[in-house]
Write a protein that binds this ligand. Sequence first.
Ligand code: URA
Length: 283
Amino acid sequence: MKPINPSSPVVTLLEYWESCGISHLTADDPQDWTVSEPAPSAQVSKPLRAAPVAMVPPSGPVRNAPTARPSASISVPQPVLANQTTMTTTRRLSDAEKVQELDRLRQEVLPCQRCALSASRIQTVFGVGDPTARVVFVGEAPGAEEDKRGEPFVGQAGKLLDRMLASIGLDRGQIYIANVLKCRPPANRNPAPEEVALCQGFLFRQLEIIQPVILFALGRFAIESLLGHTGPIGAARNRSAAWRGIPVVASYHPAFYLRQSSRKKDAWDDLQRLEELMTEHSF
Ligand code: URA
């Protein structure tokens, strides 16, 4: 038998699942710790998602929205959070218009000097992925590696985000990733309120152009910008919430799971919620 390459994507994925407490594929006595009271459907292992349709490079050409297999899911309606206004954009943009408008906005962001972060940054970090994506992940702000490379989530937190995406059969070419801030705060400090106030309009315009179907908010600042929720992240998770009518899955930031790996089960739960929404929206 061929030896298993320990750095293969499959091994990485299994390790991630195990770290989330899901051991169907690896343990002698498998159990899914993400399910406290197993529902009948939860006893059937979910089939693996088919391979993603195609990889799209960060600034690559437009392609159709990703397809996804249906998955068994249970929706638990929860109280609704703020910002439930409807989308301000009046008409659907064509794929070509989305590419064009996003590029126009990128050119506007590139030389931005609205706040003092422009003096310390190497470059602005606009966003990456499919301009026609149906799912947009929103992070906080670029870190050192992102500042160097001009792409969001390419450091350690980004590697974990890639594994999180892979665990539900997605890759960064099938979604879009953007941050609340487009410039790195020095020493990776938290974004200041005035920086958020000056910059989040760029994020909102990105979302108005992309017109996604689902948003996934990574961490406190994304949750605050999209939902106006300023309390603990735990209070925003597992709730029906929306930004201008687009459902938002509120989750912890991947950097949090790097610090507290025992909490990765929460990431798994939130990714399951994303899958449920994708199924509800006939992905
Ligand atoms: N953390 C973020 O929130 N965004 C990035 O792009 C990288 C790390």
